[in-house]
Design a protein around this ligand. Structure first.
Ligand SMILES: [Zn+2]
Length: 244
């Protein structure tokens, strides 16, 4: 029997009584498994198979790799996220990003810790857009998709003040190289300062006041979709938000 901390990414009903679960586990990465009789078993699963519950799960693996989720217990419930519509949307967006960025069965403990940290921050109602933006940058970095904000992707010169972003080239383009193309997304000096501090983990979520964090969040959604080839369905709610 294997044991790990975990979050539910999604569940599908299977037959009368079972669920197929996709879980992000701390020790084994993203896994899928069958939770037999999970709909009825209060004792083994209770109401715990929900998003935003930090779980400890036990599972066994049959030869051939099929996994059976045996039971779960609760470590922590992020109840504010569950009860607040906006936070619920932000939280769903975070979980979907994790699901998209991670391959199956590739342990990523730093990503797990980032998820706990991010949900904790959301649950305590810290400025959601800063929390989301920092999460996106960190998660892209931890999954090997990190955009390059340090040097121009064309001429390799270091970027000091500001520039433009090229989704296709995977990073920032200096003013000289952008020259007359003018279709790039403008990256401000404020954002570069925040990004550099966040990536070095010197600053907490609130030390940088960006002028329009939502525009950067949307840019990174497009970048994530382009790099992974997958749609982030929960990102649609971002269109209805204004910068907070
Ligand atoms: Zn350049």
């Amino acid at each position: 029997m294997k044991v790990s901390e975990a979050f539910l990414l999604h569940k599908i009903e299977y037959g009368e009584a079972d669920y197929i679960l996709s879980l992000f586990t701390k020790d084994f990465g993203k896994i899928s498994g069958l939770a037999k009789h999970a709909k009825r078993s209060r004792k083994r699963f209770g109401g715990r198979l929900e998003p935003f519950v930090h779980l400890r799960v036990r599972f066994r693996e049959k030869p051939g790799g099929i996994k059976f989720i045996e039971d779960s217990e609760t470590i922590q419930v992020f109840s504010t996220i569950m009860q607040d519509v906006d936070l619920f949307m932000y939280g769903s967006f975070i979980l979907e990003n994790v699901g998209i960025l991670l391959p199956e069965e590739d342990p990523n403990e730093k990503m797990f810790n980032l998820l706990v940290e991010t949900l904790s921050a959301l649950d305590s109602k810290k400025s959601p857009s800063s929390v989301i933006l920092k999460f996106q940058l960190s998660a892209l970095s931890l999954s090997g998709y990190e955009p390059n904000f340090d040097a121009c992707v064309e001429c390799k010169n270091l970027i000091e003040q500001e520039g433009f972003f090229s989704i296709q080239r995977g990073g920032i383009v200096c003013n000289e190289c952008e020259n007359n193309k003018s279709n790039g997304f403008r990256i401000s000096n404020d954002f570069l300062l925040a990004q550099r501090d966040w990536m070095k983990r010197q600053q907490n979520f609130l030390n940088h006041e960006l002028k329009d964090p939502l525009e950067y969040i949307k840019l990174l959604v497009k970048f994530t979709q382009y790099r992974t080839g997958k749609e982030i369905k929960s990102s649609k709610f971002l269109e209805e938000l204004r910068n907070d």
